[in-house]
Design a binder for this molecule. Structure first.
Ligand SMILES: Nc1nc2c(c(=O)[nH]1)N[C@H]1C(S)=C(S)[C@@H](COP(=O)(O)O)O[C@H]1N2
Ligand SMILES: [Mo]
Length: 533
């Protein structure tokens, strides 16, 4: 009877349905909301602490809660009312997300829709906060997208497992494999979301705490104030770089992926190495010292000829020379390796830092404000005459007195010179390259020229390779800053080539030799092509 040609096969696996699939779907919903928070907090971290839906929703709930509810909360939890509110919000969020998971399993895409609606409410809270910026909604939008992806991916895995378990013969893979895939993905996503979200939240909280600490800083008056900036330092020429660079416009160069957040109360500077006694300085001790104001032009070795990686600011700080004297520097030392919390370091010649005539500062103020976070808050170095990479350590916490033979700054093993004095340079700010001028109408050819600490005594302009003509130089407060210059010129019709060169206070003329920024600063004449009709 049963001798027909039925091949012998393994017995069909038994159907063992997934137990409590709704509970698993609820868990998927919870993992999705954690993913939402992780993505959003990571976004907020990238935005420098802005746009966190967690904070915004919490604040919105506090603002919108009727007074009676507040009284109940305060009555119940006292000063822990805010913590209690967050716990309450967390419970509501978990319950709603679990419900969304269940809903998405049985009636897609309604679960995802719950996330979208929740996200829209959070977006409303974020974007209506006072002082919210253009991008503040982005973390929330990205977070919702992340949550929906996680929800759908996990539920698809759950459905596969359910299908394989219910009708094993219809599934390409055994139920155990599908089960493992679901559990693995669920667990991995949950762990990743918790780790990333937690780290991002901690980072954002630190950034916000540092920002609040910065707002609370009241800088002391300088014991030695800077000389007033003479009116003659600024020429009245449109599109000419201002003599003093506003903080918001000051170039920023560093290796920090994220601006370090430092609470000044926790900041210390340690001076050690080849010294008689280590010195440790706190923020309060630094502010109690007689600070001095000094205007200086800071520039980056990477600045191309004609580039804008240069700025001039009024710094407030304490002379590094005094601190070195306090520590007692050994005779065989010739370098100070300054280190920052971000791993950057700079090797600065000791004699420059010790020089009475060089205002090498441990700076706390920039143009009358505490240092902006991206410019080194709470404390940085500024050394007139040296490129930033060998001197201007931001977020500085350590000065090691050592020798060039024994130590290297961050950029030295990366192809940049051990020493980095700023080179004599000049730049044409206006007219811009490619400008079309009107023939017969006078224009101001103007720009800036610098060799900080040496000073500039002359600037010359040459048109179409003709004779060098002296430009008019603006004043400056000292040799440590750049100088504006202007040359009035009336073009005739046709293309023209404008060139500029400076003469330093010690009589050298800016070289025409074109060198790239590496290894120790670009040289050459800034040249601009314009045309007139
Ligand atoms: N901690 C730290 N400090 C740093 C750097 C850095 O990467 N990290 N870059 C240096 C370089 S190369 C320059 S040109 C100046 C730029 O300072 P600014 O960003 O305030 O203009 O900072 C210097 N200080
Ligand atoms: Mo730099």
């Amino acid at each position: 009877m049963s001798t027909t040609s039925t091949p012998t096969t393994a017995p069909a696996p038994e159907a063992t349905p997934v137990r409590r699939p709704a509970l698993l779907a609820a868990a998927c919903g919870v993992v999705a909301v954690v993913a939402f928070l992780a993505v959003a907090e990571l976004g907020a971290l990238v935005l420098g602490g802005a746009g966190s839906p967690l904070v915004a929703v919490g604040s919105a709930v506090i603002d919108l809660a009727p007074p009676a509810a507040k009284d109940v909360m305060v009555g119940l939890f006292g000063t822990a009312d805010k913590a209690a509110l967050f716990v309450l919000m967390a419970v509501v969020t978990v319950v709603v997300s679990a419900g969304a998971g269940v809903l998405e399993r049985s009636r897609p895409p309604f679960g995802a829709l719950v996330f979208a609606v929740g996200g829209a409410l959070a977006l409303f809270a974020v974007t209506t906060r006072s002082g919210s910026g253009t991008w503040d909604g982005a973390p929330t939008v990205l977070g919702v997208a992340g949550a929906v992806v996680v929800l759908r991916v996990l539920l698809r895995k759950l459905r596969r497992w359910e299908a394989a378990a219910a009708v094993p013969s219809a599934s390409p893979r055994p139920a155990a494999t599908e089960r493992r895939a679901f559990l693995l993905w669920g667990a991995a996503t949950a762990v990743a979301a918790v780790v990333v979200g937690g780290a991002a939240r901690a980072g954002t909280a630190a950034a916000q705490a540092a920002a609040a600490a910065r707002r609370a800083v009241r800088l002391p008056r300088a014991a030695t104030p800077a000389a007033a900036v003479p009116a003659g330092a600024s020429l009245d020429v449109r599109d000419l770089t201002p003599y003093v660079t506003p903080n918001a416009q000051f170039y920023r160069i560093d290796t920090a992926l994220r601006v370090p957040s430092i609470d000044p109360a926790a900041w210390t500077l340690r001076i050690h190495g080849a010294v008689d006694h280590e010195v440790e300085l706190t923020w309060d001790e630094l502010l109690a010292l007689p600070l001095q104001e000094h205007m200086a032009t800071l520039s980056c070795v990477s600045n191309e000829v004609g580039g804008d990686l240069i700025g001039n600011a009024l710094w407030l700080g304490y002379p590094i020379r005094e601190l070195l004297a306090r520590a007692g520097v050994h005779d065989d030392a010739d370098m100070v390796l300054s280190r920052s919390v971000d791993g950057f370091s700079a090797g600065t010649p000791l004699d420059v830092l010790q020089d009475e005539g060089t205002a090498a500062l441990l700076a706390v103020g920039m143009n009358g404000e505490p240092l902006p976070p991206e410019h080194g808050f709470p404390v940085r170095m500024v050394v007139p005459g040296l490129f930033g990479y060998v001197s201007a350590t931001k977020w500085v916490t350590e000065l090691e007195v050592t020798r060039f033979a024994d130590a290297q700054g961050y950029w030295t093993p990366r192809g940049w010179s051990e020493r980095g004095p700023v080179k004599l340079e000049s730049r044409i700010d206006t007219p811009r390259g490619g400008a079309s001028l009107t023939a017969g109408q006078e224009v101001a050819v103007a720009g800036v020229a610098w060799q900080p600490h040496t000073g500039v005594k002359g600037v010359q302009v040459r048109i179409d390779g003709g004779a060098w003509q002296d430009a008019t130089l603006a004043e400056s407060v000292s040799a440590d800053t750049w100088r504006q210059w202007v040359h009035r010129w009336t073009p005739d019709a046709g293309p023209h080539r404008l060139e500029v060169r400076a003469t330093s206070a010690d009589g050298q003329v800016q070289t025409s030799v074109q060198r790239p920024p590496a290894p120790n600063g670009a040289t050459g004449w800034h040249t601009v092509q314009v045309s007139a009709r």
